[in-house]
Design a protein around this ligand. Sequence first.
Ligand SMILES: *[C@@H]1O[C@H](CO)[C@@H](O)[C@H](O)[C@H]1NC(C)=O
Ligand SMILES: *[C@@H]1O[C@H](CO)[C@@H](O)[C@H](O)[C@H]1NC(C)=O
Ligand SMILES: *[C@@H]1O[C@H](CO)[C@@H](O)[C@H](O)[C@H]1NC(C)=O
Ligand SMILES: *[C@@H]1O[C@H](CO)[C@@H](O)[C@H](O)[C@H]1NC(C)=O
Length: 363
Amino acid sequence: MTVRSMWCHFVLLLHLSTTISLGAAEISCRNEDGNPIDWFVLYKLPKFTEEESAGLGLEYMYLDSLTHAWRLSKYLINMTQGGLGQTLKQLYETYESKNNSVAYAIYNDEVPHSKAFNWKKGHTKGFLLLDKSQGFWVIHSVPLFPPFLEDGYGYPATGKEYGQTAICVTFKYDQFTEIDQQLLSYNPSIYNCFIPDIFQDHLPNLQKLCARSRLPPVPPRHLSKLQSAHGETFLHFAKSHLFVDDIYVAWVAQELKTHLLVESWQHSGHSLPSNCSLQYHVYNIHTIETPLKSTFNSINDHSKWCVSKSPEDQWTCIGDLNRAAEQAWRSGGFICTQNQNIYKAFRNLVMRYESCNDSSTLR
Ligand SMILES: *[C@@H]1O[C@H](CO)[C@@H](O)[C@H](O)[C@H]1NC(C)=O
Ligand SMILES: *[C@@H]1O[C@H](CO)[C@@H](O)[C@H](O)[C@H]1NC(C)=O
Ligand SMILES: *[C@@H]1O[C@H](CO)[C@@H](O)[C@H](O)[C@H]1NC(C)=O
Ligand SMILES: *[C@@H]1O[C@H](CO)[C@@H](O)[C@H](O)[C@H]1NC(C)=O
């Protein structure tokens, strides 16, 4: 071969390999340009903030593995062009193509078009889509979302009023065996799913949950270490209904060895006060201030997340459960990370939190 023909050969190979990697669009979280991304987090703002003019309740802040801080999205959350819409698009397309190489499940304790709550199922909302190479998992707080696959993308009107969070993480296939185990503890209320037989060996629990068949014994709680496709480490806490306690105080704070500031839905009559009884304390956040300087009270927020009080620990967790007495009996969990950008984004939102009474503080 002459140098020239070798060069041509090389260029041809290069060309082929780039077209192949672009052609086979891998299942992945998608950013706001529709491109694959390792992870994203979004925070939909409540309709009523403390400022005079109410928003639409559809605006949201967005952060991903390539941006470093919250940005107000140029899209509204009901639009298909945003990160959530772009990511879900892959699920709606899979449903239409009926591809036997792809597995998916959508779960929510508040199912679209249904007024019934299922108290026996997990207080947990999310969806996942994967093939034998990789996939994504979204954990969010929006009731009645996403729509049934036959209905296509949309955002429920009931999800406008309050703040909501969502996190999407892209995982290689091997991580879904761990996620399958976590979902067993969740006992999620699944309303759309397809787990073809080729996944039977690696997703046995998900397949049974999908088929509504008999489940193996459920551990009271299980902690999993997960790694995203690009190597970001996550810890995942899953508790079943058998672990009857406040997940934040009794497990997450003590396990992570960090004092936590918690944002959760505090509407019920049985919301729990800040708690300094155990070694690591848990404080309820009272007021949020966004980077745009708008503020809102936790009473207008349906999201569920917590951050380390101290920046040295740098934990952020996003998940399913509220600090409410009756949630001790519900299953669900949290995905946690020490990613610095996620931590700064969430920690800087905390404007005011409720301290413990001196008498209840053990130091
Ligand atoms: C999103 O909601 C806004 C405000 O209600 C509405 O004007 C717009 O048509 C909606 N867009 C989509 C794609 O549904
Ligand atoms: C089905 O899914 C597999 C795995 O993601 C993919 O390689 C293949 O192209 C898909 N087939 C169709 C018809 O979409
Ligand atoms: C704090 O939480 C723990 C664990 O749920 C509980 O046992 C304890 O009674 C709580 N303390 C107060 C003062 O509520
Ligand atoms: C502090 O004490 C007041 C009055 O007794 C009580 O209403 C409140 O719930 C307590 N707060 C905490 C965090 O224990």
